[in-house]
Design a protein around this ligand. Structure first.
Ligand SMILES: Nc1ncnc2c1ncn2[C@@H]1O[C@H](COP(=O)(O)OP(=O)(O)OP(=O)(O)O)[C@@H](O)[C@H]1O
Length: 349
């Protein structure tokens, strides 16, 4: 069996009294994209910095590409690529100059550097602008240049920290196509994000909250093991209905989506439609339909109050619900953590 490219056990980082990452277990298999999903401050960057050897853990063990960290951090550096949250190239240098500079840092010979730069300019559609200063490029172009730079030394493992926070959905989609090209070519990728649509594209993902891993699995597994039914409710006065629903202990969240409420009902209720009908809601719903879970629903059920009441999502999940989740491959309408924060806020009200 092939060894995991990343294996972390009990990975912990404290900053004074704050535990930014708490006893994290993580396994990333080769040629997969592993997502790290969570809101600002949940510990994504701290984890990535420990996994790249840039930050020493307070506790725990980490092996990356067979190198034990932090001991072998220097050896690891040339085998990984790291694209940080901020655009880390030089605005005053041209596209080609930036790539030459990075090639030099990685110690590539002139011949290899020339060859790689020419390949990367073509792969990332940067040829027509190779003489343009990076500071004058669009968000999507800069992102492509940053990816080209992070892969100039053909790393086996790539770390991407919120790589598309500054690009529009079309460029984000294009960027992800390129990530799958890298996977096809043999690379493995760990990507941190707070976008649900990005997380849904990952082979496997962890949902993080306040330094803790709340869930781990493929998007389909997580959706199948969610522990809640999703019911879409139509009614004349959704705001009034929402408050009544949120007060029921069996309701995890009720969030308005246009002219419907998306209601998460704990799966200890066998028949959520009839159960909702029996709640004497005012006004009475005019429509009640079961819906497929989305990753955002998983996020809501595995974080916040719901998680503290016990989530099953950290355990390997059943395969029997895969069909239910697999059928929902459309990620374009997925929300952001701002939306999920709204979900949770909705629930508290
Ligand atoms: N060097 C540091 N010194 C003190 N506290 C830190 C340091 N680095 C991170 N933290 C704290 O650790 C917590 C986790 O931060 P981290 O940057 O890992 O989160 P994140 O999930 O990457 O957030 P974001 O999406 O905003 O980048 C935060 O509370 C942050 O303030």
């Amino acid at each position: 069996m092939t060894e995991p490219v990343i294996e972390a056990r009990g990975l912990t980082r404290r900053f004074g009294t704050l535990t930014a990452v708490d006893a994290l277990d993580l396994t990333v298999e080769p040629q997969t994209i592993y997502g790290f999903l969570g809101p600002n401050g949940c510990g994504k960057t701290t984890t990535v910095r420990m996994l790249t050897g840039l930050l020493t853990p307070s506790a725990g063990t980490v092996t990356v590409l067979g190198h034990q960290l932090p001991r072998d951090a220097e050896l690891l550096k040339r085998r990984i690529g790291y694209m940080t949250q901020k655009f880390s190239l030089y605005d005053d240098l041209t596209v080609a100059e930036n790539l030459r500079f990075v090639a030099h840092i990685y110690g590539l010979s002139h011949r290899i550097a020339r060859q790689r730069i020419s390949e990367l300019l073509s792969t990332y559609a940067l040829e027509p602008m190779h003489n343009r200063r990076a500071g004058r490029m669009s968000g999507g172009q800069r992102q492509r240049l940053a990816l080209a730079a992070a892969t100039i030394h053909a790393p086996t493992l790539l770390f991407l920290d919120e790589p598309t926070s500054a690009v529009d959905p079309e460029n984000r989609r294009d960027f992800w196509e390129r990530l799958f090209d890298l996977i096809d070519a043999g690379a493995s990728i760990l990507v941190s994000t707070h976008y649900m649509d990005e997380a849904e594209r990952c082979h496997r993902l962890a949902i993080m909250e306040s330094g803790h891993k709340r869930a781990d699995g493929s998007p389909a597994e997580l959706m199948a093991a969610m522990g809640a039914h999703v019911v879409e409710v139509e009614a004349p006065d959704l705001r009034a209905l929402k408050q009544q629903l949120a007060a029921l202990p069996e309701v995890i969240s009720a969030a308005q989506l246009g002219s419907r409420l998306r209601v998460l009902v704990r799966d200890r209720i066998d028949d959520p439609i009839n159960w909702l009908k029996a709640q004497s809601l005012q006004p009475a719903p005019t429509g009640l339909d079961l819906a497929r879970p989305s990753l955002e629903d998983v996020f809501v059920t595995s974080t916040g109050k719901s998680a503290r009441q016990g989530s099953s999502l950290e355990r390997p999940s059943r395969a029997d619900g895969d069909a239910r989740a697999d059928a929902d491959a459309n990620t374009e309408a997925a929300g952001t953590p701002d939306d999920t924060a709204q979900h949770q806020e909705d629930h508290r009200r």
